[in-house]
Design a protein around this ligand. Structure first.
Ligand SMILES: NC(=O)c1ccc[n+]([C@@H]2O[C@H](COP(=O)([O-])OP(=O)(O)OC[C@H]3O[C@@H](n4cnc5c(N)ncnc54)[C@H](OP(=O)(O)O)[C@@H]3O)[C@@H](O)[C@H]2O)c1
Length: 224
């Protein structure tokens, strides 16, 4: 199915009636299922057209969420640059407050929200806002508690962009409303969701749609 309306309309998040944000997981992977290199560096996966789509999806969401390892590896800005639109609020999962003070995200116009289970130190970079959450049994950020806090702060939609560990956690916890995958028809070698996902049952994408975009394919489905 090829979108016949602007992509921002096409992938516009729905309103969840329960006050929790709508969760879109959106990422790019190679034919061999890799999101990153073996040493956790970024791979140049998306073509120009699918990268532009990613920025349009960013602009359609209230918040954009990544794991701290993505910040440490890529030093991303997480802004909207390739289309016109507002920057979503960056949120970083960072249980042990490893967020580097040199991170470019600290210059983001909206500041950064860091979700953690660690009590914050007395002094913090002014651009950082700490969201203290319950801890999972393995000492990480409790995702349902975080989504509740985001909802209370007026966030109605979250785009979860990566990396593989964070995406696997959202899928495992069945907290995903929509999945959008950019599939690039190349083999890279590296690591992907298969390396981190632990699930007894397959997680099926109901009624999946697929369309070609530039040199890539976009596969998407609403799970709820
Ligand atoms: N292809 C793509 O679309 C794409 C998109 C984004 C990133 N990437 C790539 O992904 C790589 C990084 O991915 P990654 O899998 O190594 O790390 P990640 O998913 O970016 O971050 C994982 C870290 O998040 C923290 N975390 C806190 N609470 C968590 C929870 N409930 N569930 C899961 N994680 C939680 C954990 O560190 P603590 O325990 O210290 O809190 C965990 O190790 C980078 O190389 C980047 O280039 C690819």
């Amino acid at each position: 199915m090829t979108p016949t309306v602007p992509v921002t309309e096409f992938f516009r998040p729905q309103l969840c009636g329960d006050g929790l944000p709508f969760v879109t997981v959106s990422y790019a992977q190679s034919l061999d299922g890799c999101l990153a290199s073996h040493d956790h560096r970024a791979l140049a996966l998306s073509g120009q057209a699918s990268m532009t789509l990613t920025h349009a999806i960013r602009a359609g969401h209230d918040a954009i969420l990544v794991g701290v390892q993505t910040v440490l590896s890529d030093d991303p800005m997480l802004t909207v640059r390739l289309v016109a639109g507002a920057h979503p609020q960056p949120v970083v999962l960072d249980s042990r407050l490893r967020f580097p003070i040199s991170a470019r995200l600290l210059t983001h116009p909206r500041g950064v929200w860091v979700a953690t289970v660690t009590p914050p130190p007395p002094t913090l970079a002014p651009a950082l806002t700490v969201l203290h959450t319950n801890s999972t049994p393995n000492g990480q950020v409790d995702l349902p508690h975080l989504l509740q806090q985001l909802g209370e702060r007026g966030i109605r939609s979250v785009m979860v962009e990566g990396g593989a560990t964070v995406i696997a956690s959202f899928l495992q916890a069945r907290l995903v409303n929509r999945v959008i995958v950019t599939l690039t028809p190349r083999y890279f070698g590296g690591v992907g969701i298969a390396h981190t996902l632990r699930t007894a049952m397959p997680i099926a994408l109901p009624h999946p749609h697929c369309f070609a975009l530039g040199e890539d394919f976009i596969l998407w489905s609403d799970l709820t």
